[in-house]
Design a protein around this ligand. Structure first.
Ligand SMILES: Nc1ncnc2c1ncn2[C@@H]1O[C@H](COP(=O)(O)OP(=O)(O)OP(=O)(O)O)[C@@H](O)[C@H]1O
Length: 759
């Protein structure tokens, strides 16, 4: 017998994710093509919450992620659209539901070991900032908050000022409801994240607080809910309309129920939730499901628990919501997996927003920003006052026009005269000062024309403050002038070639990392032979091949190098080496000895290296920096190893407690609210967890210190280079860019949420 339940007309998307196990149950088969999962239970296993007579169960989802699905696929199929929606102003929620150990945290946050294991949160952060970079026409503001709810109490995971040792050290958050029933978190901090790295650092801080604050008895990761929220605000510059949206990424507590069997073994009841608030979540879902399917249920019991209040907008509200049902393919867990699938089917029947919402009725959250409107009205007000004053013929309370203003008026008047279009206008607002200056400029133009007509007879001196308007076609530069300029350009190219050579040498010597910018810079501009970039510095003569100077080509890289190198301008005459040498000497490089040395780039660089007085200091700093990096790597490995061992131990504790709960049940009726006291084995495991945490904290604290020491050393190095050697600041600029490239990409993701990886 089988039961098929549909999931396709819902506005809450449901996805199934199956966690890989070494020996998957034969009673479970997943079909990714029709998005279904089948359970086939032998009668003997039909215990616990599983229905008494049925052996086959079948559930449909919007998508099924099999055990071999990678984190990237999960993000693309489940999360990307929701995340993109938040950039358009739609609220979004993604929540993971499933029993303890089924892979919720792995799915939402990610695994601690490999970069590829990053979960939905760090990937969403990347997408948010990538998309922001693409939308230059908008101004964005991103804020992050991280809330943990344990035993109905909310805790702020992002308080940077506290030394967190237990959950109680975290600031408490209170959920308040306004008149419209919307939930507001009092005391939950919200942090500005200006970049992906900022947001990843906040995630890392929250996860660290989450790990450290667990106490042996609360088992917080399994029994608490965590909600990472990204708030996005966007507007076009100067426009009053502002869009605000929220992305909630939710890792729910373990959903397992302790089940019990009636005396006759036939009647099965759900007896006890490990977490009561999930029971209330189910109540809310049932009420919403009844309401969505036209049932009589009017009241939705959101207020019964903190978590349902927080998620109120995501369930039956104005939000694009997706649920991930995490199950494990382990045979012993099939009853819990069926229970998770069944819950997902209920969720799939909930329609968000209005009752007529068969499809997504979620609305964009747009508001008028009163600040912008006020600013605009003030400007309008000022303009109107000016106009009024002009119409009344009142004087302007300012002095005469400045030379720049007169120049601007004259230029505008000239463009006006030159514009053949009958629609051309000349406007200076209400200012009589400007209008008069424009008249003077026009008069001058008219007199100029008369002058031409009168064959060169002047009508008098030009009007002070105005410029003669052009009387003919623009002057063509003299051939000598062109030649002189071409010569200057060639000399510049030679200077650049020398500096590019120096940069390469500096890279080879480990001064600066090689960057695409420098290597691209050393390539010739398109259409130019390579010889163009390595012209002989001793003569400053043009390169043998390639008649066009580098600057005339469209090579953008060459142009950018030119900008970043601050060479003195005097070297307009032949004899580059002399001017080059003096300019270098002026910057602390010492003088480059001769044209002969300069002709050989390796010798020139060596001369530069030796003459550079700051060298030993830099070398010492570099050695120190390397030592710090080595140490950081070691502590990074320690942090990861401790984290892994904490997770393993927690898994053991969970399993041990589950066995004990089941053993209790077989002995007779149990009190649903009574906590299991830890036994000897559990206490021992908790002790080991505490030790691992100690190691984790110690290594993490050292890492933190090292981070600031490393940053400090980097600053010192940059300072040394820039202060002593302004010319090489262009190298530093290149180096800075080369360093930034990876940071803006994935710095924070070198491990789980940016924590360092051992490797
Ligand atoms: N898809 C997966 N691939 C590889 N490892 C996984 C996968 N899913 C989970 N794991 C591993 O299984 C273990 C338990 O997973 P996880 O902590 O994510 O479970 P959970 O459902 O969040 O448990 P809890 O309710 O206790 O928080 C972790 O070591 C995790 O790295």
């Amino acid at each position: 017998m089988s039961a098929v339940q549909g999931a396709h007309s819902s506005s809450i998307g449901i996805f199934l994710r199956v966690k890989p196990v070494t020996r998957p149950s034969l009673g479970l088969s997943v079909n990714d093509t029709d998005h279904q999962i089948h359970f086939n239970l032998p009668r003997a296993l039909s215990l616990g919450p599983v229905n008494n007579q049925r052996e086959n169960y079948q559930f449909s989802f919007n998508g099924v992620l099999t055990a071999d699905a990678k984190q990237e696929e999960v993000f693309e199929r489940v999360a990307r659209n929701v995340v993109l929606g938040t950039l358009e102003g739609f609220n979004g929620t993604i929540f993971a539901y499933g029993q303890t150990g089924s892979g919720k945290t792995f799915t939402v946050t990610g695994g601690p070991e490999r970069y590829a294991d990053r979960g939905i949160i760090p990937r969403s952060i990347s997408v948010v900032f990538d998309e922001i970079a693409k939308r230059a026409e908008f101004n964005f503001l991103v804020h992050v908050s991280y809330l943990e709810i344990y035993n109905e109490v909310g805790y702020d995971l992002l308080d940077p000022d506290r030394d967190v040792r237990s959950l109680e050290d975290l600031p408490r958050v209170h959920v308040m409801e306004d008149d419209d029933g919307a939930a507001h978190m009092r005391n939950l901090s919200s942090h500005r994240a200006a970049s992906e790295e900022d947001a990843l650092n906040l995630l890392f801080l929250g996860d660290t607080n989450r790990t450290i604050s667990e106490t042996p008895l609360n088992q917080a990761s399994s029994r608490s809910h965590c909600i990472f929220t990204v708030t996005i605000e966007s507007r076009r510059p100067g426009e009053p309309m502002v869009r605000r949206s929220k992305l909630n990424l939710v890792d729910l507590a373990g959903s397992e129920r302790v089940s019990r069997t009636g005396i006759d073994g036939g009647i099965l009841k759900e007896a006890r939730y490990i977490n009561l608030s999930l029971h209330y979540l189910e109540q809310v879902i049932i009420a919403l499901q009844e309401r969505s399917t036209g049932g009589a249920r009017g009241h939705v019991p959101y207020r019964n628990s903190t978590m349902t209040m927080v998620l109120r907008d995501s369930l039956g509200g104005n939000c694009r919501t997706v649920m991930i049902a995490n199950i494990t393919a382990q045979h012993e867990m099939l009853d819990e997996s069926i229970s998770t699938c069944r819950f997902a089917q209920r969720v799939a029947l909930v329609a968000n927003q209005a009752s007529d919402a068969a499809c997504c009725m979620v609305t964009i959250n747009e508001d008028i920003d009163p600040d912008v409107v006020i600013k605009r009205l003030k400007v309008e007000n000022r303009e109107l006052k000016d106009e009024l004053r002009m119409l009344r013929g009142e004087g302007e309370d300012r002095g005469p026009l400045t030379a720049d203003e007169i120049e601007r008026v004259t230029t505008q008047a000239r463009s006006y005269v030159e514009d053949p279009s009958p629609e051309a206008t000349l406007s200076f607002g209400g200012s009589m000062l400007f209008i008069n200056a424009a008249f003077r400029a026009l008069k001058q133009a008219a007199r100029g024309n008369l002058l031409v007509a009168a064959k060169g007879q002047s009508l008098g001196p030009p009007i002070p403050g105005s410029q003669a308007l052009p009387k003919g076609p623009p002057a063509v530069a003299a051939p000598q002038e062109i030649q002189q300029l071409t010569e200057q350009i060639r000399q510049r190219d030679s200077e650049i070639a020398i500096l590019v050579g120096l940069v390469k040498k500096a890279q080879a010597a480990g001064f600066i990392p090689s960057s695409p910018a420098t290597s691209a810079a050393s390539r010739p501009a398109p259409g130019l032979p390579a010889a163009n970039l390595v012209a002989s510095p001793s003569t400053g003569s043009p390169p043998a091949a390639g008649p066009a100077p580098a600057s005339s080509g469209p090579g953008r890289q060459s142009g950018s190098i030119r900008k970043s190198v601050s060479m003195p301008v005097q070297s307009r005459q032949p004899g580059l080496a002399a001017s080059q040498s003096s300019s270098l000497a002026a910057t602390g490089l010492g003088s480059l000895p001769s044209q002969e040395v300069l002709a050989d780039r390796s010798r020139a660089f060596e001369a530069f290296r030796i003459s550079y007085s700051g060298n030993p200091v830099i070398d010492a700093n570099k050695a120190q920096l390397k030592a710090k990096y080595d140490e950081a790597k070691m502590h990074g490995q320690q942090v990861n190893a401790s984290k892994l061992s904490i997770e393993k131990l927690k898994g053991q504790i969970d399993r041990h407690r589950t066995y004990r709960s089941l053993a209790d049940i077989t002995k007779g009726p149990i009190d649903a609210d009574q906590e299991l006291e830890p036994d000897e084995k559990e206490m021992r495991l908790h002790g080991e967890v505490e030790q691992a945490k100690g190691r984790y904290k110690e290594a993490f604290a050292r890492l933190r210190t090292l981070k600031s020491e490393i940053e400090h050393l980097h600053r010192l190095l940059e300072h040394n280079r820039q202060a002593r050697h302004p010319v090489t600041s262009s190298f530093v600029g290149l180096r800075g860019r080369a360093q930034q490239a990876p940071t803006t990409g994935r710095t924070g993701s070198s491990g789980k949420h940016g924590e360092p990886l051992g490797g």
